[in-house]
Design a protein around this ligand. Structure first.
Ligand code: ADP
Length: 169
């Protein structure tokens, strides 16, 4: 069985991510979308919330599974029996970073290959951080995420703002 793993922060999942998931799931038998537990970043959503949003958006894709993982990506890939790592490339700026990571992973785990999907043109400007930035100023994010995720982001940001104003008083 051909299996791949698509790792990322997905904070939150965007239409760009979903496009890669859809296309990635067509070239393998099974695709594991893996939410990275990264203590270095301070995310808007908890890992559980990110997994839940991804599961909601991929429920109709029978060969897609959503999990979270901690530690080295290649260890997780090996543990799950995944021969490929899927990553998306938006612009040249992604390239240098992705190349370095994929070469490092190849050195640690030569049997695992990284496969890149170039972004669909209409999603090339979409990123989780842009979604969060725009939403924090009350801007429209409906062209970048699904309606369900847009609701989750708005609710979360509203909650955060309420907490902040509570702390200030
Ligand atoms: P990370 O923190 O690991 O970069 P992200 O959730 O930001 O996690 O991204 C996960 C993967 O999805 C990366 O390979 C990234 O390049 C890719 N990606 C993010 N946004 C898009 C997009 N709009 N189109 C295509 N690929 C994307």
């Amino acid at each position: 069985m051909k299996q791949a793993i698509y790792p990322g922060s997905f904070d939150p999942v965007t239409l760009g991510h979903l496009d890669i998931i859809r296309r990635g799931s067509r070239v393998v038998d099974h695709l594991i979308v893996a939410v990275l537990v990264n203590s270095a970043k301070s995310p808007l959503f908890s890992v559980e919330e990110r997994v839940e949003m991804l599961r909601h958006e991929t429920a109709h894709m029978p060969n897609v599974e959503v999990q979270s993982f901690q530690g080295l990506l290649v260890d997780y890939a090996r543990m799950t029996g995944s021969a490929f790592i899927v990553r998306g490339l938006r612009a040249v700026t992604d390239f240098e970073y992705e190349l370095q990571i994929s070469q490092t992973n190849k050195m640690i785990a030569p049997e695992i290959d990284t496969v890149f999907f170039t972004t669909s043109l209409n999603y090339s400007y979409v990123s989780s951080s842009v979604v969060k930035e725009i939403a924090s100023y009350g801007g429209a994010i409906e062209k970048m995420v699904t309606p369900y995720v847009a609701e989750c982001v708005k609710t979360k940001i509203k909650m955060q703002m309420e907490e902040q104003s509570y702390e200030q008083h």
